[in-house]
Ligand binder design. Structure first.
Ligand code: ING
Ligand code: ZN
Length: 308
């Protein structure tokens, strides 16, 4: 018979993910801590896991958030995959060992728990959070248009009924405010910001909110190019790479642009598998490939940041 899939090769309900967070901290008391960074519109806790495998002082740090968009299920699956891989292969795999010896990692598995829950119960294709608007019956803000980076200019909308509604004002939503507050208070250590989306197989970096190049554009381009080359070499899969606005579309108010403007000079948005055959409905059988590709990109980029 075919071997059965592991926990990490399946998608999990929000309740299962909260249980997993609990188990993971409980089973790794010396290396993993859950940090309550805020709560969602519907008052669900936003927990980030802090992986600190080595107690060297003054380590750099990286932040990874997943599940900003509710229907992109591969994204939370990647955050779980990444934590599991880190805890299992520290001291086994040279790349992850080097990274974890020199960096703390903050992982927020589900930035939009209300939306994620809604995709499990009611509408699989929901994207936004679930906040109510004062001026419309339409529900939800696009959290990746709600950050203070050329907020609500071309590529976002003031209309609550659209999928790219920017919200009433920058950081109007508790989910985006929680992430922004955490990064503002940790910006001295956090040197690498990663946010995980799907689909379309792209490794993107600032700017998405404007057409001109970031100050370290060539650096960012080189890093994503190397990551894409490695993915092609090991997995024979193609990832586009480049600045967001020129590679996909103008999109103001995104979290990576905001983190970059805050001063985190290595800020990336990954768009995981696939290219549209399954789209947001990527089958569980594809989780391991999709996550391994993204993991390889994280390794390449984190390694390069450590060399800076
Ligand atoms: N794509 C992103 C979106 O929010 C993006 C693209 C990247 C926007 C970086 C802004 C900044 O539209 C998906 N699939 O959500
Ligand atoms: Zn997305």
């Amino acid at each position: 018979p075919r071997s059965s899939s592991t926990f990490y090769e399946r998608y999990h309900s929000l309740e299962d993910i909260y249980d997993w967070i609990n188990r993971t901290t409980h089973d790794n008391p010396n290396t993993v801590k859950a940090i309550l960074v805020g709560s969602s519109y519907e008052k669900r806790p936003l927990y980030a896991l802090k992986l600190s495998l080595n107690d060297r002082p003054n380590k750099k740090a990286m932040w990874i958030d997943c599940g900003i968009h509710a229907r992109e299920w591969i994204s939370p699956a990647f955050c779980l995959w990444f934590v599991h891989y880190s805890l299992s292969f520290y001291k086994q795999n040279a790349d992850i060992t080097h990274i974890l010896d020199n960096m703390d990692v903050y992982v927020l598995p589900v930035m939009n728990p209300d939306g994620y829950k809604y995709t499990w119960t009611t509408n699989r294709m929901w994207r936004k959070n679930r906040s109510l608007s004062k001026r419309s019956a339409c529900i939800g803000v696009d959290l990746n248009r709600n950050f203070d980076a050329n907020w609500c200019t071309e590529g976002a909308s003031h209309d609550p009924c659209t999928e790219i509604y920017c919200g009433a004002f920058p950081e109007s939503e508790p989910e985006s405010q929680a992430v922004a507050d955490f990064l503002r208070s940790h910006k001295d250590s956090v040197q690498l910001y990663l946010t995980i989306h799907s689909y379309s197989q792209m490794l993107l970096f600032p700017y998405s909110c404007r057409l001109d190049e970031a100050e370290n554009h060539s650096d960012l381009l080189e890093m994503t190019q190397e990551a894409a080359q490695q993915i092609k070499r090991y997995y024979r899969n193609i990832y586009k790479h480049g600045a967001g606005a020129k590679t996909i579309y103008l999109a103001p108010g995104g979290s990576d642009d905001w983190a970059y403007i805050l001063g985190i000079k290595y800020a990336f948005t990954f768009e995981l598998q696939d290219l549209g055959r399954y789209g947001f409905l990527l089958p569980p059988s594809r989780i391991s490939r999709a996550c391994n590709e993204a993991l390889l990109a994280v390794k390449v980029i984190a390694q390069r940041v450590l060399e800076k």
